[in-house]
Design a binder for this molecule. Structure first.
Ligand code: PEP
Ligand code: NA
Ligand code: MN
Length: 618
């Protein structure tokens, strides 16, 4: 049944399919089954309309979940403050429940699917009592794609509805399209905050459960999320579908679902190039995607900042699309001086901020947003905050959630269901030593070798020891929906079927290398456009490089330094391949590859041996 928004509190339990706005049999049956299991007070089918959003956000303000921001500075925008224990993705509670354990691989948690189903049935039984159950039809990517990827999220969180509306295409249009396409297949994605309300029990601003489970059944293509209201755990179209489940669909259907940004570069000769780039979380993907180039004559536009789906097109080219409709960016470090393009998008409004600080005039603030720190704030925990406070005002993982079409530099091709042909793929990590500023792979398999060994040093921000090298293949460590070795094998075999002349060139980048005196070897941010220029000029056969055992690095004078206080010798230092450092690195890669057991593709062990031989011969 459909309760009108605003009357949700008064509506009675009805059969979920009575008066439902669809005839899709599998969807009706699933909604009915979930309603019987979770026992919500009402069922509401989300239409995606503006009026509906107004009603829902009004109700969230009334409930204390959202704080309305000053409409003059942040129109139609809201701040949410989570439970202090529900602030990030919970990787240790994230499971890939494939039929066979080896299909989940060593990078994923696994539990026997039958055992997990029993556990989930227990958790979800009655979990929506006293709450409204929202049904959100959504599509990741374009509704007019050749093979649109549908999902339906059922959730008991209106915050999730309002956020999914920003991050994906949702509602009635999607439902109609599913029906038109013979009642199309959809990924069922069930979410509950796990906080049922007893009769007359007062709600809290951010309901959640101590116990959290983020579960994927790759063979069924289904998702279950319990106990958390936070972004990556609860907005199930994003990491759960568009990466974990989509990576499995991609394996079976012959494409790739990747943790990548997409940008468009236009050269001074007005030639357009598209580059996708994979970096682990919190390594600056959003900043690179929205970069303001400092190098003369070059233009950058963006198509995406987090997730890229790659398919070989009819013409043999690798084409990229962004399946998302919004940005869910880390707020701290996003500022008027470091990322003005993101700030301008945010300033247009229509955004939901989570765990940021509030200014006294009804705005938001986070570390790095402005150079000048406000004299007084309310921190994310609701406490008074001044620059003398010894805790951050915003949680380090606080987020902005903003519609992507508010980005002024959004490339028009974002709107094209066919996507864009990719000329270069970058893999990047955060390393103080060893890894050069930029290295071009000799060939596709060498590039996959680079991606498979991608690494970052742990920082003080995360729990555990600082400076430990963590491997993160293609920046997909928390997001591969199947065995890591099979995933790398898929990259290799898929490309074997493509037009070899049209395969993108692959580059390894490291914006974070330090000099001997501890400073950054490269200024980063907008200056990274100089590295992008070198990348494109390599494709055009214009830029010089030096061959090293790991690939091609720039000569000192092949990077455009005009207007920068740097010399070619500084570039040489930033791209230096030190044999002693690489001895340690290759030993680390040996250990990493050993963890794959029998599933490491032999092409990659062969590449490792080849790199070792090249160092030995050098
Ligand atoms: C998230 O944590 O919700 C999220 C979007 O992931 P990431 O860490 O890649 O930003
Ligand atoms: Na939308
Ligand atoms: Mn991400």
């Amino acid at each position: 049944g459909n309760a009108a928004p605003g009357q949700l509190q008064d509506s009675k339990i009805r059969g979920a399919s009575d008066g439902a706005p669809t005839t899709h049999p599998a969807l009706l049956a699933w909604v009915q089954q979930v309603a019987e299991l979770t026992q919500p007070a009402a069922v509401y089918w989300v239409t995606g309309s503006d009026d509906e959003n107004t009603v829902l956000t009004d109700e969230l303000v009334e409930a204390g979940t959202l704080t309305r921001l000053n409409p003059e500075t942040f129109p139609n925008s809201f701040a949410a403050f989570s439970d202090p224990k529900d602030v990030a993705r919970v990787e240790e509670q994230t499971f890939i429940c494939s039929e066979k354990k080896e299909d989940a691989g060593f990078t994923n948690n696994w539990m026997d699917p039958a055992q997990m189903r029993t556990k989930l049935d227990g958790l979800f039984a009655g979990s929506m009592r006293g709450r409204t159950m929202y049904v959100i039809p959504f599509v990741m990517g374009h509704l007019d794609a050749e093979d649109p990827k549908f999902g339906v999220e059922i959730t008991d969180s209106a915050y999730v509805v309002a956020s999914m509306r920003i991050m994906a295409r949702i509602g009635t249009d999607v439902l109609r399209k599913m029906e038109e396409l013979d009642n199309a297949f959809f990924v069922p994605a069930l979410h509950s905050v796990g906080a049922p309300l007893a009769e007359g029990e007062a709600d809290v601003a951010w309901p959640c459960n101590e116990e959290k489970w983020i579960v994927h059944f790759p063979e069924d293509r289904s998702i279950f999320s319990y106990g958390s209201g936070y972004g990556g755990n609860a907005l199930l179209g994003k990491k759960c579908y568009a990466l974990r489940i989509a990576s499995v669909m991609a394996r079976d259907e012959g494409w790739l679902a990747e943790h990548m940004l997409i940008l468009k570069l236009t050269s001074p000769e007005k030639k357009d190039y598209y580059v996708s780039a994979a970096f682990p979380s919190a390594c600056g993907k959003t900043n690179l995607a929205l970069l303001d180039p400092t190098v003369e004559g070059w233009k950058v536009e963006t198509l995406g900042d987090d997730i890229t789906w790659l398919r070989f097109g009819h013409d043999g080219e690798l084409r990229a699309t962004n399946p998302e409709a919004g940005l869910f960016g880390v707020a701290p470090g996003t500022g008027w001086s470091t990322n003005p393009n993101a700030m301008r998008a945010i300033a247009k409004g229509n955004s939901i901020f989570t765990n940021v600080a509030l200014t006294d005039d009804g705005g938001v603030w986070w570390e790095g947003m402005t150079d000048e720190v406000p004299a007084h704030l309310t921190d994310w925990l609701g406490n008074e905050w001044t620059p003398d406070s010894d805790t951050p005002a915003a949680h380090p993982n606080s987020r902005f959630c903003t519609p992507i079409d508010q980005i002024d530099m959004l490339a028009e091709e974002y709107h094209s269901p066919e996507g864009v042909p990719v000329s270069a793929i970058l893999f990047g990590g955060r390393r103080k030593t060893t890894v050069p500023l930029v290295t071009q792979a000799r060939d596709w398999t060498s590039g996959i070798f680079m991606g498979s060994t991608l690494s970052s040093e742990t920082t003080a921000a995360a729990a555990g020891a600082v400076g430990v090298v963590r491997r993160d293949p293609m920046a997909m460590l928390p997001f591969m929906g199947y065995d890591a070795g099979d995933y790398l094998k898929h990259w290799i075999t898929l490309s074997g079927k493509a037009d070899q002349d049209k395969l993108p060139a692959i580059f390894l980048v490291n914006w974070f290398r330090r000099t001997a005196d501890g400073g950054f070897a490269w200024p980063g941010f907008g200056e990274n456009s100089r590295v992008l220029k070198w990348v494109i000029e390599r494709l055009e056969g214009k830029a010089d490089a030096v061959e090293t055992p790991i690939g091609f690095v720039p000569t000192g004078d092949s990077i455009d330094l005009a207007g920068l206080d740097m010399t070619p010798a500084d570039v040489e230092a930033a791209v230096h391949v030190d044999p002693a450092e690489w001895e340690t690195e290759l030993a680390g890669i040996d250990e990493w590859y050993a963890r794959f057991g029998g599933s490491l593709p032999e092409e990659l062990s062969a590449k490792l041996a080849e790199v070792k031989d090249r160092f030995a011969a050098a």
